[in-house]
Design a protein around this ligand. Sequence first.
Ligand SMILES: Cc1ncc(COP(=O)(O)O)c(C=O)c1O
Length: 400
Amino acid sequence: MGLIAESLKRIKPSPTIAVTQKARDLKAQGRNIISLGAGEPDFDTPENIKNAAIDAIRRGETKYTAVDGIPELKAAIVSKFKRENGLIYEPGQITVGSGGKQIIYNAMMATLNPGDEVIVPTPYWVSYPDIALLAGGTPVFAETRLENGFKLQPDVLERAITPKTKWLIFNSPSNPTGAAYTYDELKQLTEVLKRHKHVWVLSDDMYEHLVYDDFEFVTPAQVEPELYERTLTMNGVSKAYCMTGWRIGYGGGPKELISAMAKIQSQSTSNPTSVSQWAAVEALNGPQEFIAEHNMVFKQRRDLVVSMLNQSKGLQCPTPEGAFYVYPSCAGAIGKTTSRGVFIRTDEDFASELLEEEGVAVVHGAAFGMSPFFRISYATATSALEDACQRIQRFCGSLR
Ligand SMILES: Cc1ncc(COP(=O)(O)O)c(C=O)c1O
């Protein structure tokens, strides 16, 4: 018997972190690299939030807290759900973890038995299938298509559901495509879910606030009140509040689930960082205007990137509703040869040659379960994005 657990053999390290690291290594060698791999805003955490954390340190809020969140933060989350989503939760239905990722992890660990299936629409955020596997479940992939704006269609969802389905993981706006569901689009899915009462919904609303062109965000438990009893509505401060490093995520759902999740957390990490929790209280209760200001910048960047990518030979890039990603098809580049004589067989070849030849780091679609595509994060300075897109155009134009 080897040292490493069998369960770990099915898990792969995060490919997005791997690309970011490779870009960093090349930079360290002196190459001029533009990294469009990372999934975090380039804006700094707002000053009022930082000050709330500093105050918390000075007040001595530096001890263990309640395992799944201080009452003040739970109260702020209860208000947030009510104010922004029309969802009524009691504090006992709220859980706080070290990032959105831990909330998903706790939910899967607390509920999956061997053989339980978790429906994951493709392309997916890289952690969903691996967390399901780590928790002993089986991911079942439900494909979306570029023609449908990468949105899960009701018939595809229907076909993916079996008696063993435990969860549907739903993510809008999506990482990696930026696709966000309108009320009508989501309603079509909740109609299917209403008929399958054994299926739970984990709604990952991490990019809720990052939507453009007056798009109205909606979440499943709000669109279909019948689903409230079997939905975990997950969110966090990482993206909208520029707090990726602070590690605070949260969820609202039925008490039984929330208590089971607290049990997992009590025997793993215990409470999320006390100081970060106080910062999150200020993030949720404090001024929200900066979000709209950031979104104006994000929208301009999205439009710039979509337009420049669509002017690149062999690429096709739909305009997403939200998040800070685009997911262009590189089908037109597959089967071509680079000027150095490298044959492009897959989207991984495309991404790796783009990095080698032009110094632009993107993440290949296979990492997100759908090829031939790649993901660009436009949470980067506008001038760098323009430069990167020019390089992509040159690279695509040079393929023969
Ligand atoms: C869709 C999605 N959900 C959850 C997370 C996790 O967020 P956190 O950094 O709060 O763990 C991310 C982060 O990249 C994400 O893209």
